[in-house]
Write a protein that binds this ligand. Sequence first.
Ligand code: SAM
Length: 249
Amino acid sequence: MSKNENKDTNFGFKKVNKDKKPKMVKGVFDSVAENYDLMNDLMSFGIHRLWKRGTIELTNLREGDTVLDVAGGTGDLSILMSDLVGETGEIILSDINERMLKLGKARSLDKNKLNIRTTVADAENLPFCDEKFNCITIGFGIRNVTDKDKALKDFYRCLKPGGRLLVLEFSKPDLPVISDLYDFYSFKILPKLGKFFAQDEESYQYLAESIRMHPSQEEFKKMLESVNFKNVSYDIMSAGIVTLHLAHK
Ligand code: SAM
């Protein structure tokens, strides 16, 4: 093992020093922020909306609940959850990136979702007290986090007993034919779409690489269990392109 090995982490397929990754991830989302929603629709043919709706259906939210949407970006999940918790409830839309969050704030106000509050927060170091939330969601965010165990421990700390964590993330299709097509799409088409529509090929190359480096469904389930989450299960969506993990405190 080289001297620097435990100081290194993955940034897509590159090995980088752990201290450098947050800044590099910030660079990606600073760069993609303005086109983020358009690119999501283009890249997924609009299917990301179904994945997000499917996630919200498993939150079991009730009027008056308090929810934290970690790495919430431009606010898709928060906006979908807003009506479920109603006027007496609260959604905290949080993200490490101010530019993404600013767009999320503007969108939630546009849609008159007045129970959504935004705050800058790092998933690894949540600025909230213990046992505050009925539910925590993180959509397409966890693979960008440098120390995932640290973030999962903090999610556990901030959940009320009985609270739910929902982690929606890209995964790897297991059928070889779909996997080959998906690889072709991810590495040959996606970066070109990024170049054409957002003048940013590199960020979309990172997106494709970071998905390949994310732990498998079973590995991620074990990570959740190792920080004490109970009844951990997962739903595979769209032939394995996306997986939703559900875990309880
Ligand atoms: N959840 C939104 C959605 O599903 O459309 C946005 C997902 S976007 C792909 C990933 C988000 O994770 C970005 O807004 C990025 O700034 C945020 N992020 C990356 N690292 C983070 C961290 N350590 N803590 C909080 N947010 C982070």
